[in-house]
Design a protein around this ligand. Sequence first.
Ligand code: ASP
Ligand code: MG
Length: 401
Amino acid sequence: MNTIVMKFGGTSVAGTKKLKNIAKIVKSELENSKIIVVVSAMAGETNKLQNYLDEFQCQNSIESDLVLTSGEQVTIGLLSAALKNLGIKSIPLLGWQIPIITDESYEKAKILQINKKRIKEYFSNNDVIVLAGFQGINLDGKITSLGRGGSDTTAVAIASAIEAERCDIYTDVEGVFTTDPNIEINAKKIPKLSYEEMLEMSSTGAKVLHTRSVELAMKNNLTLQVLSSLTKKTGTFILNEKELIEKEIVSGVSYSNNEAKVTISGILDKPGISAKIFGLMTENNINVDMIVQNISQDGVSANITFTINQKDHDLTKSVIERSKNILNYKSLLLDKKVAKISVIGMGMMSQVGVAEKMFKTLAKNAINILAISTSEIKISVLIDEVHTNIAVKSLHEVYNL
Ligand code: ASP
Ligand code: MG
């Protein structure tokens, strides 16, 4: 039996008119296959639920996950009803009804196991299963959620478990673009991207897919297609690097304004200081991204600069201030008005001069680089936030995207 997994995100299911449209899209795929449709809650619904929970300081608990996952219950019910109105044999299912078994951790649960046998049984009487994304059940029988944006991960996990023929992720854009079309109108849809490139793009600001879903697809070698639920156009395929005939030197430029820069000046230049600083960050669950250390002219003291997520700004400040006598620094400076700009491409692994081109382009536009970090297929720079648009546009142009 051929099975296709189709996932529709929050903007695609927001409202009954859109749900009726999705029912038609599903019907058009039904000829030779059974279908599992994974849906999110309607756009904005999970945020609304989150706000209710915040009023009760309710988090990471049996209650919070029960509430957070409730938006999906509405969309699966309505979509299944819309499918039945078109004469399609459909059944709406919550995570626990498969079941999708997860570990214990609320609000970031990991999927441990999916019962394939039950899926087959459901398919003996139905052609479509409409499955709630983002949720599972732990071995204790408690409802869990996979983390915000987790419906993508549900889709990939179920597609991998049943060895689906395809996993299509429908959204409100036509695919993954060379950069944000809101900044650069010449941004183009990328036909094919490797998992690695997609992961770098997600972690550097492109908000197309839940990062964990890409990791899971890579682990299971499952090809994904990101496409629009509004147009019928082919989207972007995310696949194994081996299937990329031509590896682009740079496939895309991404940016994130979600960073904050932390500079600690006048620390002692001796072994163990960095370990202490980053030890504090780890203890407090603060993720550190770029790091630059430089020795001051006296050769005795040093300055260290690193970036964190903006949401951790206040916590980082208080943690470092509290440890002033342990770290023995002169001054601490935090800055939220920074942006991280990244260029990403598989081909840069075997090409020289990619970084130089980036730095030259920024210099030509009088943009100062505050920090740099690289991986085999990515170069990121930290700059002042005011230069974001010009940096993105000029890099998009210089790499011929
Ligand atoms: N409804 C959940 C959220 O908003 C899951 C998802 O949309 O993927 O985070
Ligand atoms: Mg999403």
